[in-house]
Every structure is written in C-alpha cells, then in structure tokens.
Ligand binder design. Sequence first.
Ligand code: F6R
Length: 594
Amino acid sequence: MCGIVGYSGRAAAAPLVFAGLKRLEYRGYDSVGIATLDGNNIQIIKKQGKVSSLENFVDGLSGNTGIGHTRWATHGKPSDINAHPHACGKFAVVHNGIIENYAELKARYFPDISFTSRTDSEIIVRLLDKFYSGNLLQTLKEVSSLLKGSYAVLVICADFNGFAVMKYKSPVIIGGGRGESFAASDAPALAGLCKKISVLEDGDFAIVSAHRIKIYDNNLNPVVRQKIINHATAASLDLNGCAHYMQKEILENPTAVENTVKAFSRVQGKLKEVFTDINRVIITGCGTAYNSGLVAKRYIESFARIPAEAEIAGEFRYKNPVITSGTAVIAISQSGETADTVEAAKLAKSLGAKVIAVTNAPYSALTLISDVVVPVAAGHEICVAATKSYTGQIAALYLTAKLLASFNKKSAVRLMKNAKAEICSVVPLLKSTVAHTDIEALAQVCARADGVYFLGRDIDYAVALEGSLKLKEITYIQSEGYPAGELKHGTLALIDENKTAVVIITDEGLSVKCENAVEQVLSRKGKVAVITNVKECAERLKDEVPVIEIPACPKELSPLLSAAAVQLLAYKTAIILDRNPDQPRNLAKSVTVE
Ligand code: F6R
C-alpha cells in the first residue's frame, strides 16, 4: 500500500518515475506526486487522483534524479496537499507506512509550527530539515531513531546528486547498472529496467546515485544485501488482450496451480524437517489468504488428523495464543508484506512455534522470519482483488497437508506423487471453468440485488466466504458468506425478494441438506442460484433455479473450481455495474500498515 519509486541516472527522471508509479498503482491510487532534482533545485508536482492525473505535467519536471509516490491514504484525506512528496528546506520525501508517534514528535519539536498537510509523513521531512548537519546519512540515522511505526522513505536533498532511502517494516528494493539506479516498493516498478534487485532489510539505509548504490545497516556499517532476479518483465505485466488484470488473472488460475505444484518439490524436504514433532497447526492470514486458510484447516484435519485452527492474523496477535514447541504456524500471504500477518508470524516464532510461510513473494518480510517458505508460483498479481494467488495457495496448502499426512507412512513417496497428480488432473478442468462458465445471467441478478448471500457447508462454506469477499470488494454490493445450515438461525430474517443467495454445492453427501437452504430462501421470495458439480443436485434443481455447473472433481479439490466460478461472478457483476474491478474504491494491495 502506497507505492514509491526513485531514479537517478542519465535520463530525465520524471517520465521514468511516472512509468514506475503506473506499474505500482495497485498499491494505492488516491493521489500521486513526483519530485525531481535539477542541480540543487527541487521541483514538485502532486495531485489528488490516479497516477494518470500527472500525465500532462511530467514533462514540466526537469532533472535526472526523482522520487514519486502513489498514495493509499491513512492519515489525512486524499487531496493535492496531502499527496506526497512533502518538502521542507533542502528536502523532499515520499513515504510508505505509518509514523505512529507523529503527533508526539510534532508537539515536541515543532510546537509552534502549523504543518502544510494533515499527514503523518510530513513529520519526516520536517525532522530531516531540523536535524540536517550536512551529513545526509547521519541525519537519516538520527531522524529514524525518533520514528515509531513503519516506513519506506525516499529522500532527495538539494545538496546531493541522487537520493537516499530509509526502510523499516515497509518494503524497498534497489537495483541499478550502466549509470542508472532505481528504488521501488515492489519489483513490477522496475520491470525491464533491472534484472537483479537487492532487498533492503529493516533498519537499512541507502545512499543512491547514478553510478553507486551504498547500503548501510542500522549502525551505518556498509552491508551487501541479498540480490534476487527480477522476474517482472514488461511482458508479464501486459494485459494480453484482456480488458482488466482481474480477467487476465482469473484466466491464469490454471497456470498458477500447475506452477505451484512444480515449485512444491523444491521445498518438500525442508518442510518435512520443519514439521517433525508437530502436533497442532495454526493457520493465519488476512482476507483472501485467511479464507484459503479455512480450506487448509479442513485439509490438515481430514488428511493428517492433526488439530488445526484458522485465525485471522490481526486477531491472533491480540488473543494471547497458546503455542508450544509442537505448534506449527502456517502464515499465508500473497504479498508477504501484510503487517498483521507478518506480526502474527513474528509473535508465533517468539513463542517457540515453527513458522511456515505460504507466499507469492519469495523475499519478503514474511519469508525473512519463516523456517520454511512454501512457494505460491502464481506470478505477479496486479488486480487488488486476489484471484490466482488464492487457487495457488489452495494447491500449496493441499500438498502441505498431504505431506503432514505422509509422515511415518511407508507409502509416503507414492502418497505425495499421487497428491501432485490429483491436482494436475484438475488443471484442465480449471482451464475449462475459467474459459467456459456461463455466469452472465447470475451476474445480472446479483447486480440488481440489495444483498447477496453466499452459502455452503464445510469446504463450500470456506469458498462461500471468499465469494462474498470478492463480490463486496469489487462491486460494493452488501454480501455475506454463511454456513448453509446456519441460515435459519437468524439470517433468514433478512431474506426478501431483493436478496439473492448463491449456494455452492460440491459435496454429494451434503447436497440434500444444502438444497434445504435453497428452499428456505425461495419460500421467503429470495432469488437463488446454485453453483454445483453434483449431477443429481443439478438435475433436481435446474427447473427451479439457475444452476451453474462446474466440472466434477475430487471433493477436496473442488475449491479450485468453485472459487474460479465465484471470481468470474464478481468480475462480471462489477463490469455490469461499471466498477473498475482492478482498483476498487478505498482499497489497495499489500496492506503494510496495521
Ligand atoms: C481480497 C484481498 C485481500 C488480501 C489481504 C491479504 O481480494 O486481496 O483480502 O487477501 O489483504 O493480503 P496478502 O495475501 O498479501 O497478505
């Protein structure tokens, strides 16, 4: 959340920074700004609105060094004034994160000064200006020692031909070569610009100019940080003829699943070591990642018969969790940067748990604190709403649970081989689901509904929660995921002719019971549609309600297909309502603040 980009080199900085911000727009899109340095003159342009709001102003900014920001507002509403960069004296800064003690610092150091903006970030530039001694690095260190919270900050100073970086709990990568250097929040910003990138660690500083990148740890000792390949390429960020990233990424579900299965083999041995002597599993994450954790709980309990709980990361942290050395905590996060998930994993680790990260981001805050990383090989996900990362997570978690179940079994090798083959057998079915599911009519019904309830039992309930989250976040239609059997215990009171229930039925054994929920809604004049791969259920219901049939597959893997169907439903509904599915209001990807 909030994207930052820095450049220093031979070219005009502003267009390059602008292009980087466009590629980071999924991190926030309520305001945007760029500062450049020309000689020792700092120029700034900033506007409320999306990155494109700056399009006509970029050429007016001169200089070969620049920093930019695309914002997701925390403190201070979206406005031109609250947009970054913030400037004071010889400095301009862009900031991703939250300075939790900004009010305290303001009262202490600037009691009589009224700040220009209502942001927490302005304190950083005010402090830099106040403490500047002529030594930029020392000043950064001094200022950072006062800050509480999280920050990835890029700084330009009129005295230095380049830019500086401070990083704590918010991500920063740096790359360079051939007389150009770059920094950004995330790899896509540097697609096609840097093949190798260094990942900064908490407490690091960097002094970056066209020909030199110097990284320092918190004691100002020069350090070399891990260099990774930047897999983001201009081609990988292309829409490939799709209208939106969400559409493209739904179509990429099968590849995400297939690649995740392949990648699992790399970590199988290490994961087995970490799982030794585990007698309880806690799965944690936020939003969609938590929802995939609900599926994982069912996998672990039914395959391995080990007690498993799924906990929302932001809650887990504050409930004084019971953790022993026999506890494994599986922390799921597409970005690997979600503050609540990272902090939950840190807490679990400090209490003696083994921590397993399941993530798309192999070098992230989460992976740095984990005992083992189970890769989700879904590739970059640009749409704010998670799609292919969810199915990738389901594949990774299925194999993780199967591995736990294979412990002490003679047939362990065969069991894992079979598990991978099972998932691979569903990939063609997933291809057909994303390509051919006809969801348009149901999307029309949902688009006109006052509220949509996603219902299911057991594993279908877990997917119902994900369907509801997807629909509400990109269409703004009130929606709830509910256990089908629980409807009659209260929620049925809300059903009337303006409400729609989407009932997911993929378990033959539970089908008749779920059909009761269908009847209960119909009897209260609510509209109902069913997503199912149970043939008999489709036959029984098809004359009564719209039935969306998905392919039959092994019961436990049905979330791969039913999730793709509810993703398509949310997408089509958003299009009917003329919402931008890639950039839903008030949201951003990678929630790096608590
Ligand atoms: C929903 C969505 C969010 C994320 C949540 C966690 O479509 O994208 O609910 O799932 O913010 O993000 P990660 O997985 O990056 O930790």
